[in-house]
Design a protein around this ligand. Structure first.
Ligand code: PEP
Ligand code: MG
Length: 291
């Protein structure tokens, strides 16, 4: 098993019939890339930017963020890099930003929180627009629930670009896409067709579809992307994304679960983003699958 995974690590992922599958990596801190050979993946499918906001003191400024994002883009050498805007709240509290709530998973988290703090959100969008000059950057919004959230984020991003250009700072507009992790979006993806791309967050989608919190061991048995209703929604999203011509990936843990992989590929998914340690194993498993 281990040998097989190693043999597959530096090769492109292909299904048993030879069809190509994109396998990207999930990262958090920019230093994560130091241990990853860019040749072993098709780019970064999810960079969780929360790590930057877990310092002991103040929130990170624009420059600290810009340098972190730029490092990852330079490492990627032209391969796509998807950076998710701050997903604070829920299971990811951030001191000085998130608020106490009775139901944090159903509260002010992800894009909902960012839109209430344009000061913080704009420092991130400016840093991203500046880093975009250094590679193929895509920006992804977490926890989107209504299409207006994309419009508001796009408006802020355009404002940041205009500001940067006015200041004479090099910047570029990255593509703006969304996570599909709230059932309201997975049920009607068509309403969100203004997004440049979709990425299924199977971790949150599973918890919201099964009504079983991802941080509760007592209900862990219920909370699985293997639940037929979750798989049904994933297949529905894949069909809709294809019909609408919107690029789709999946970046939740389901993408590295050997039991779920055949179902995900049968559903039509051809881009996955997984933990760096799972790359070889996932590619090896894909090579055995004939969807
Ligand atoms: C997800 O929800 O599946 C996901 C990829 O994001 P996170 O686990 O960071 O919420
Ligand atoms: Mg999530």
């Amino acid at each position: 098993q281990r040998h097989l995974a190693e043999a597959h690590l530096l090769k492109p992922a292909v299904l048993a019939d030879g069809e190509r599958v994109q396998v990207m990596v999930n990262i958090a801190a920019p230093e994560d890339v130091d241990a990853i050979d860019i040749a072993s993946c098709d780019g970064v499918g999810l960079m969780r930017s929360e790590f930057l906001f877990h310092g002991e003191t103040a929130l990170p400024d624009e420059k600290a963020q810009y340098l972190a994002y730029r490092k990852v883009l330079e490492w990627a050498s032209g391969k796509p890099v998807t950076i998710r805007t701050l997903d604070a709240g829920g299971d990811k509290p951030v001191q000085g930003l998130t608020v106490e709530e009775a139901n944090p998973f159903l509260g002010l988290r992800g894009i909902r929180l960012s839109l209430t703090r344009p000061d913080v959100f704009k420092s991130q969008l400016r840093a991203l627009a500046r880093a975009a000059v250094y590679g193929d950057l895509k920006v992804m919004l977490p926890m989107v629930t209504v299409p207006e959230e994309i419009d508001e984020a796009a408006r802020l991003l355009d404002g940041c670009l205009a500001e940067l250009i006015g200041e004479g700072v090099p910047a570029k507009r990255p593509q703006l896409g969304i996570m599909i992790e709230v059932p309201a979006v997975a049920i009607l993806p068509e309403r969100f067709a203004r997004a440049a791309f979709f990425s299924i967050g199977s971790n949150d989608l599973s918890q919201y579809v099964t009504a079983a919190a991802r941080d509760s061991s007592a209900v862990a048995r219920l909370n699985t992307a293997g639940d037929p209703a979750v798989l049904h929604l994933i297949a529905h999203v894949a069909g809709e994304a294809k019909r609408l011509g919107i690029p789709l990936s999946l970046c939740g843990d389901a993408g590295s679960d050997p039991v779920l992989l055949p179902a995900l590929l049968s559903a039509g998914l051809r881009t996955l983003s997984v933990a760096p340690t799972a790359l070889g194993r996932v590619k090896s498993a894909i090579s055995q699958i004939r969807p």
